[in-house]
Design a protein around this ligand. Structure first.
Ligand code: GTQ
Length: 346
């Protein structure tokens, strides 16, 4: 028997006795625990809206929004099947509400964001106020705020949902509660939050209606697009970020939500960004245009309403065939607060 084999055998025998005491040798796993740089377990993936939409509509014939509570097709990262994860830390899904339906009121500690894809006449009610949701709008449901959705027009309404569910699961801090009615009672007129907080002015004593979350809960597409187009007209795009603006909390200028960052990147027609990577895994959805994304070793064409995943610490770059607007969200704000977020520009 060689010395090496006997050493192995002696160690394995020792590890066996450690295991009986619920102990383990760190030196066997240290490299995996402390890699030299992150290696995301998430897969690179793209969902075409033209493939998802017929299935979403089919789900609308199978069950009602009331029956489902939330009628959503979960965007499951192929590396995390059955785990309801789009990235390692972010949940994403596509929700459908048909005319006349209500997704009943509830509240939960996970925060939610919505990026509206199609339909006229859908509303969401948050903390006693309603907002109409139109294509391209960015809408927020803060942690622990009552919310119900409904469709009062005559078209199906669909949107991308983003939640910090995997993060909340990791912390084991999830709570959920049902309201005592299908729809919550409304205590403020539509537009109240936007009037008080959303026009560059603030109440003399601004109090936060939703804790750590922005008091504005709808950032309308018209204004987002106008801001980005205006910024693009004002100077050359950034080599890496093209023209990017983030959804901000007017109370402190920070990100709109405490656990999820959301922003919109405008890539003008013909522009190509230089490669960059960051530690946050990103869920992106094309609001308008036609964009090619290079993510890691994959080249992915994005049409309107398509959704793609860029895992953390994976190189990404974009080129636009037409003026393009890409909605993005990630856990960046949470990583920043924990002192973990990093980026590298190539
Ligand atoms: O609209 O409240 O996609 O609670 C998943 C869980 C949406 C919602 C989802 C939810 C919601």
């Amino acid at each position: 028997m060689s010395t090496e084999t006997s050493t192995r055998e002696v160690r394995d025998e020792f590890y066996g006795r450690l295991k009986e005491q619920e102990l383990a040798p760190l030196w066997e796993v240290l490299k995996g625990l402390l890699p030299s740089e992150p290696k995301s377990k998430a897969g690179i993936h793209r969902w075409r809206y033209q493939d998802v939409r017929p299935l979403l509509m089919e789900s609308g014939r199978l069950l009602t929004a009331e029956e489902a509570e939330r009628r959503v097709l979960v965007l499951e990262n192929p590396a995390f099947r059955g785990m309801s994860r789009a990235t390692s830390t972010m949940y994403a899904g596509i929700q459908l509400i048909l005319p006349g339906e209500t997704a009943p009121a509830h509240r939960h500690t996970p925060s939610a964001l919505r990026f509206i894809l199609e339909g006229e006449g859908a509303f969401t009610a948050v903390g006693g106020e309603r907002t109409t949701m139109r294509r391209g709008d960015f809408v927020i449901t803060p942690s622990w705020a009552w919310h119900d959705h409904g469709a009062e027009g005559d078209t199906p309404c669909a949107w991308l949902d983003g939640l910090d569910l995997p993060l909340v699961q990791f912390f084991e801090a999830g709570f959920n509660e049902h309201y005592n009615d299908e729809r919550q009672s409304i205590s403020r007129p539509e537009g109240d939050s936007a009037a008080r907080y959303g026009s560059g002015m603030l109440p003399l004593k601004p109090e936060s209606r939703y804790g750590l979350t922005t008091p504005i809960f709808n950032y309308p597409w018209e204004r987002t697009r106008e801001a980005l187009a205006g910024a693009a007209a004002g100077g050359a795009p950034d080599p890496h970020e093209a023209v990017s603006l983030r959804y901000a909390n007017p109370l402190d200028g920070g990100w709109a939500m405490p656990t999820m960052s959301a922003w919109m990147m405008h890539v003008p027609a013909g522009f190509e960004t230089a490669r960059m990577r960051s530690t946050d895994g990103i869920v992106m959805c094309l609001a308008e245009g036609a964009l090619t994304a290079e993510i890691g070793d994959q080249t992915i064409d994005l049409d309107e309403s398509d959704v793609a995943i860029a895992p953390g610490w994976t190189w990404r770059r974009f080129r636009a065939a037409k003026d393009s607007f890409l909605f993005c969200f990630s856990d960046r704000v949470a990583q920043e607060k924990l002192g973990l977020w990093r980026e590298e520009k190539g």
